[in-house]
Design a binder for this molecule. Structure first.
Ligand code: ADP
Ligand code: MG
Length: 236
């Protein structure tokens, strides 16, 4: 680390900060404590893998960070904004501008082409003209290596290609943070490794990347690994 980088580390506040985060789910009379006091700080530009057994709270942590769900106790701060204090509407607008999300099962709309899927978040945000949205989506499909498949429907794409479309879609609003919940979980090892390299490249270009994985090999290659067990961070 150079002295300049060290100085930046000292003055730079975290992009994401979870402090004392607890999350309980109530099902009937039963209460389940999915998160039991999570403190986690992520700096802009980091690439972080989240690992842990099934049911340990990984997806719940991501949901706290994307504002899809709210903590029962504790605070979630993103770039100085207290997410736990925003209204649902404010959260939706915040998320649209700041976070791209990639899922295990891609979640593309089956009747839309790759290009239309990649443009969807911009349609939602009503950003730019129709032409500008498609140009932006086309650019992002080039970034993920799918320039020749823009007209294909999801059924006309392989699993890896569908996940590339999902990554292009996550880039639509040019968010600073890309979050993936097992983004390689439904891909073969070779394709999963390709997807990991794509995420690494986006990280090199300045995106903060946070992803859950079961793949020990991929996790080992991430620049930082956070281990979750029984709703707590047990390794970092
Ligand atoms: P992971 O992603 O690590 O597999 P999750 O974060 O999805 O685990 O879930 C953590 C725990 O919280 C699990 O025991 C799960 O059953 C429970 N849980 C998650 N979401 C809900 C919910 N909406 N209602 C009730 N329990 C939930
Ligand atoms: Mg999960």
């Amino acid at each position: 680390m150079t002295s300049q980088e060290r100085a930046e580390h000292v003055v730079r506040p975290p992009l994401i900060e979870l402090a004392g985060v607890e999350k309980s789910y109530r099902t009937g009379k039963l209460e389940y404590r999915a998160l039991r006091g999570v403190d986690l700080s992520i700096t802009r530009g980091e690439m972080v893998a989240v690992v842990g057994p099934s049911g340990s709270g990984k997806s719940t942590i991501l949901n706290m960070i994307t504002g899809i769900d709210r903590p029962t106790a504790g605070t979630v701060t993103f770039d100085g904004t207290r997410l736990d204090q925003l209204s649902e509407e404010e959260l939706a607008v915040w998320r649209g501008a700041n976070v791209g999300i990639v899922f295990q099962f891609f979640q593309l709309l089956p009747t839309l082409s790759a290009l239309e899927n990649a443009a969807l978040p911009l349609d939602f945000l009503r950003r730019g003209s129709k032409h500008e949205r498609f140009e932006r989506a086309r650019h992002n499909l080039e970034v993920v290596g799918l320039a020749d498949k823009v007209e294909n429907l999801p059924t006309e794409l392989s699993g890896g290609e569908q996940q590339r479309v999902a990554i292009a879609r996550s880039l639509a609003a040019d968010p600073g943070l890309i979050v993936g919940d097992e983004p390689t979980g439904n891909l073969d090892t070779v394709t999963a490794a390709e997807m990991f390299r794509l995420l690494e490249r986006l990280n090199d270009e300045g995106k903060t990347i946070l992803f859950v994985t079961h793949d020990r090999e991929l996790a080992a290659r991430a620049r930082r690994v956070v281990e979750i067990r029984d709703g707590r961070v047990v390794g970092d």
